[in-house]
Structure formats: C-alpha cells, structure tokens
Design a protein around this ligand. Structure first.
Ligand code: BGC
Length: 693
C-alpha cells in the first residue's frame, strides 16, 4: 500500500511538471537544465551526425538536405534541433530534392579575398545580410562562416575563403560580414579558431607559434571580430596549436576567447568526428560536430564515473540552449523556401565590382573603346571560376562568364575562338559524382592554340583578353609549378597573343581568375593591362565586363602582398610545400597520440607575415604591394587628423570620372581603413575612421 502511494505521489510530481508543460523558453534555461538527464545533456552537445550532409545521396529525411550538420532535439522539453550550414561564399545546401521539382539554389557570392579587396564594410555587411536572408528562408539557423584564417602563405588551399594577411583588415571585414548575417536573426560562426593556415595534414598538424605572434597576428583578427560583431558561434580548427588540438585547448577556448575577450557564444568543433570528447567539454568546446552516438555514451560514462564533472557538461549545455533560443527554428519561423535570388544576385555583382583589382593599365588600355571586338583566350574566359571547391562551394543557379558579360555590355567576341573553347570545355566535362556534386568539380584544363589561330584572331579583333584561371579548395594545398607559377602552356599562349596583337598595335589584357596569389613578376611586363578578378561569384562576368567597359570605375585594393618570388616569403621556409606535385589530402590517423610524431609547422618567421616582412631594410622587392590597386580616376588625400580613437581624412576626386577611393592609415602597420562613397569629379568627402589601438 505504501509502495502504491509513493508511486502515485511520484507520478503526480512528474505529471505536474508535464502538466505545467515545461518547455524551453528564453528565460528558463536553468530550470530546463535541472530537468535534463545526463544522457539528454550529452545528446545536446553532440551533433546529429552526417545525415543532413548526405541526405541528397541517401534520401534521408531531414529539414534541409545538404546542410553541414544539426543538433539533436529533446522534444519532451520543447528543445528543437537546429540546422548548421556552410559556407563563406553563400549558403551550401542541395539545390534539388528527390521527388520534387522545386529548386533550392543559393546565390554564389564572391570569395573572401575579393570581399576583403573591397575594403568596404557596409558592402560586406550587405553581402552578409543577403546570405543570412537566404539561410533564414531555407531553414538554416547558423551559417558556418566567415572563414577568416590569416593568409600566411599563398599556397594554402583555402586562402580563397579567407580575407587577408593583415589581422585588422581580416577582423574588420569578418565583423561586417557577421553583422550582416546576424541582422537576419541567423547566427554566424567565426572559423577556424585558430592558426589553420594550411591544408596539408590538416587534421593533425601542430602549428607551433610564439605567444607574441599569436596575439599580434593569428588571434588578433578573431579578437577584433568578436569585439566588433558578437558572433553567436566560433568553430575550433582541425589542427593543433602548440601541441594541443584547439578543440581541447582550455587556454584558447576559455581563458582567451571567453575570459579575456568576453565571448559569450557557443564554440563548436570543426567536422572532426571523434576526438577526446571529455577534454573538449572540459576546455569549453560546447558542441561536437558532426557528432556520433558513441560520444554521447562516452560522456554519460565519464560523468557517471566522475571522470568528467557534470558542472562542465552543464556549462556547455547552457551555451547550446542559449544558442537554440536565439534561432529561427526555436522561434517557429516558417522558411518561405523562396529567397529573393534576383536582388541577391545584384548584391553579388556589386560586391564583385568593388573587389576586382586593377593591377596594371598602361597608356589607358582600359576602359575598352565602346563596341570593340575582343578575342578571348583562356578556358577561364568561357568557364569563369566563381568560387573555390570544398565546403566553401555554393550550388548557385548560374555563373555569368566573361564572354556573356562582354556581350551584355555591347562588345562582340571572336566567334571562332569561342567555338573552339566551347568544344574543348564540352569535351572535358567532369564526370558526375556525388562528391563533385557536393563540393564542386575541377575546371577544364587549359587548351593550347596554334600560332595560326592566334594570328587569325589578331587580324579580326581589336583587343585580346587572356584569362588565367586557378582552382583550389579544401583538403589540399596549392603547388608551385602549374599553380602559383604559370604553366608552360600559359606562358606560350601569353607570349603568342602578345606578339600577334601588340605587333599590330593592339592591346593585351590579362584577367586573373584566381582564388589566391600567383606569380606575376616574370610576365607582367608583357601585357598592357592586368585585372585581378579573383573568383568573383556568379555575377563575375557581368562585373568584370562593367569594369572593362568603364561603366564601373575599379576601386578594389590588394588585401595581400604579391611577392616577386615565392621563396622571398619568410613562411616559404617551413610551409609544407608538396614537391611531388601530388595532391596533399589530409594526413593519417593520430594512432599513438604522440603530438610530436604526426607533423608540425614551426612559424619561425614570427611577425614577418605579409607586408610586415617587406618593411625591413634590405627586404626584397614585391611584385604588387598590400593595398595596391589602380583606378580610372585620381584622388587627392588630405593629411590625416588624429583625435582620440579616430582619424579623419579628406579625399577629393581630382580625375574626370566618378569613383570610390580606399583610404589606408598606418605605417608601418595598418591602423585604420575606409572607403569613400562614389565621388563625382571634383567632389570631396571626409572619412572619420576608428583607429586600432
Ligand atoms: C570544414 C569547415 C566546414 C565543415 C562543415 C569542414 O571540413 O573545415 O569549414 O564548415 O567541414 O562542412
């Protein structure tokens, strides 16, 4: 009888809490925490696996097929699952779904290096807002972007996702992007924290960096972005830092990020699979992605055995719940599945136009004379690379190439060349595969042309444009021959085109459709003009053509130094360059856990990164310096006036066409920057810029 009454009393307690319908609210996280079992707590810090990423292939039922990951729900307490998606150049989800004719394309925005080349925070914020809006309307809660590792060495395969060699530019542009995404009620994620500056052996590499260098360069940009934009989340990196995997590094994630910088959001792992789960929780890494059930079991076991404090787990769970209550999923937002791709394409074009950098323009080669006929050389002219491969790839609805862009601007192109290149591209269509579909396919190889064909083009066209294209992506670093350096075929093509066209007094323009820095010093004197288009997103061809035609005045500036020789770069001494020329996919498994035996990179160049390395007496020349970029107009900049934490500078357009100017303040190091609005000839403006302390 006593037993029965106890049972009745117990069930009344349970029912009373259910009866009150205890569900997660913004203001009851502590109460919810007290109701969660240890298993439920563990399930909240372990992601829901690869289901959403692989849904397109296997037909799994998930809210957003192709999204990188999810969290796990606890329905009895009203805790929903939330959806996380890549990536920096736009939302990366499956564009089509089994059994449906609807499409879910996302706008392909320009890559990170191009966004940084705009030096325009308002514009980058606009890009972030458009991406955030697409995320919202497709049912994403957190965007796994921006990517913001320092571009330490040009061979890093993911530099295209990142911004700059300079921490102020990188951190400030990242902050603008985050503010844009989060203005839509969707979270952003600063990644990859930290010191993920190479792809070779990326899961295990130990980046060995002195504290002073970390503080001044590799953490500084993250610190700036945290302070300026309050990101909802941060992603730890794959690599180790001074011996410790960053996702297990309490010093990095708790002492520096939270205690020193005041970050109050969530930290997640990169998509590592299983590592030392308990160490991660203890370090303050709140969410393990993509997440395995075995990690949940391990956490429960460790808490029960007293090997992991439940308090530490609770702190992570609270941060997961803090994140969840901010999300559209929690707020019951019903995604329309129909973001305004047309207006976002305009934003992509606008960004591309401001981030394209004019590197050379001899004797007014550009703008092109109205109605000119252009001979387009190089596969990239017809198959423009909008972005890089890997998780930064975006399933965009189309890419405008240079040929289409020029035609829209009223130029004609040589039909014979166009026919040849189109046939070549059709013959080199990459084989369809799941991975290529998900992460992007390689471009067609460059094509050789006979002297006769080049000469014939020179006879009928007014001007030549040679596009040099480079593709790179996640999982491998770039190579010197054929990548950083021009290939023999490209050198020959450039030499032949210059001889044929310049021999007839016709100009040659080189377009660089690249994700990262390439060698320019050995050939730049050949061409009359050089335009760095980067990988300019789906509207790249439109933007490029509008610059070539002069409708848009170029205003991009380099966020990174172009060296004369790769080996001039101090980091070339230890960057793990693969001399075999083979792909360098991620390294093996860390079986013995001996941190010294699985690869490391000593950042022995210290602070000599990017332009900082070239400021010393006796430093080598550069091919194009940090901050460089030409315009079709001229500007006069007044003396900077310093007042407290700001500096004001007046800028006057002294040329004959409207344009925007970039202002860089500093010396020897960048301390402030800004971009003017469009200034008409004769117009003056004054920029008031915050100074980096
Ligand atoms: C990448 C991250 C990405 C994640 C999810 C990882 O391999 O390093 O940048 O967000 O995959 O796709």
């Amino acid at each position: 009888m006593k037993k029965i009454s106890v049972l009745i009393a117990l069930s009344m307690v349970c029912f009373s809490s259910l009866g009150q319908g205890l569900v997660l609210r913004q203001d009851n996280i502590d109460e919810i925490l007290s109701q969660l079992t240890v298993r439920e707590k563990a399930s909240l810090v372990v992601g829901a696996g690869y289901k959403s990423m692989l849904a397109g292939q296997f037909g799994f039922k998930v809210p957003v097929p192709g999204a990188a990951g999810m969290t796990r729900a606890v329905p009895r307490l009203g805790i929903p699952a939330i959806v996380l998606s890549d990536g920096p150049a736009g939302v990366r989800i499956e564009p089509k779904r089994k059994g449906s004719d609807a499409t879910f394309f996302c706008t392909g925005f320009p890559i990170g290096s191009l966004l940084a080349s705009t030096w325009n925070q308002e514009l980058v914020k606009k890009v972030g807002a458009a991406i955030g809006n697409e995320a919202l309307e497709y049912g994403i809660d957190v965007m796994l972007a921006p990517g913001m590792n320092i571009q330490r060495n040009p061979l890093c395969g993911r530099n295209f996702e990142y911004y700059s060699e300079d921490p102020l530019l990188s951190g400030t542009i990242a902050a603008a992007y985050v503010r844009g995404i989060q203005s839509q009620g969707v979270g952003a994620c600063l990644k990859h924290f930290a010191v993920n500056n190479q792809e070779t052996n990326r899961f295990w590499n130990d980046a060995q960096v002195a504290d002073e260098v970390l503080r001044e360069i590799y953490l500084r940009n993250f610190e700036i972005a945290v302070a300026q934009s309050k990101p909802w989340t941060v992603m730890a990196s794959y690599n180790r830092l001074n011996g410790i995997h960053t996702q297990e590094d309490k010093w990095l994630l708790t002492d520096v990020l939270r205690t020193e910088w005041g970050f109050d959001g969530l930290v997640m792992t990169d998509w590592t699979g299983r590592r030392n789960t308990a160490a991660q929780i203890a370090a303050g890494c709140d969410l393990m992605e993509p997440g395995k059930r075995s990690q949940i079991r391990e956490l429960v076991r460790k808490v029960r055995r007293g090997e992991l404090s439940e308090q530490a787990l609770d702190s992570c769970v609270c941060r997961v719940l803090d994140l969840i209550v901010k999300t559209p999923a929690f707020k019951g937002y019903k995604p329309s599945q129909a973001p305004d791709l047309t207006s976002h394409a305009e934003v992509a074009r606008e960004a591309a136009e401001e981030g394209i950098v004019l590197l050379k323009n001899e004797a007014g080669t550009l703008p092109l004379a109205a109605g000119s006929r252009a001979a387009l050389f190089g596969v990239g002219s017809y198959q423009l690379l909008a972005g890089g491969t890997g998780s930064g790839h975006v399933h965009r609805p189309y890419v405008v190439n240079l040929e289409e862009g020029l035609s829209r601007e009223g130029f004609s192109v040589s039909p014979q060349l166009s026919g040849l290149y189109r046939e070549h591209i059709a013959n080199h269509r990459p084989r369809k595969s799941f991975m290529a579909g998900m992460l992007g396919s390689p471009a067609a190889p460059e094509m050789s042309l006979s002297r006769e064909i080049v000469n014939a083009a020179a006879a009928e066209a007014d001007v030549a444009i040679v596009t040099i294209a480079r593709q790179a992506g996640e999982g491998g670093d770039r190579h010197l021959p054929g990548d950083f350096l021009l290939t023999d075929l490209e050198k020959q093509l450039l030499a032949d085109v210059c001889e044929a066209f310049q021999g007839q007094g016709k100009k040659v323009i080189v377009v660089l459709n690249v994700g990262g820095v390439i060698e320019t010093a050995s050939w730049k004197q050949l061409s009359d003009a050089i335009v760095l288009a980067w990988q300019p997103g789906q509207e790249g061809g439109t933007a490029l053509a509008r610059i070539l035609s002069g409708r848009v005045c170029p205003s991009g500036r380099l966020p990174v130094t172009f060296p004369v020789d790769y080996f001039d770069l101090p980091s070339s001494k230890n960057f793990p360059y693969d001399y075999t020329g083979r792909g360098s996919m991620s390294g093996g498994r860390d079986k013995d856990r001996d941190v010294r035996n699985v690869g490391y990179t000593v950042y022995e160049e210290g602070l000599d990164i990017g332009y900082r390395a070239y400021q010393k007496a006796g430093a080598p020349e550069v091919s194009f310096p940090f901050g460089f970029g030409l315009s079709f107009t001229t500007f006069e900049q007044g003396e900077p006036v310093y007042a407290g934490n700001t500096v004001s500078v007046s800028v006057r357009n002294t040329g004959s066409v409207a344009g925007k100017a970039v202002v860089l303040i500093g010396g020897p190091l960048l301390r402030a920057f800004g971009k003017t609005p469009l200034l008409q000839p004769g117009e003056t403006t004054t920029l008031v810029l915050p100074l980096l302390p």
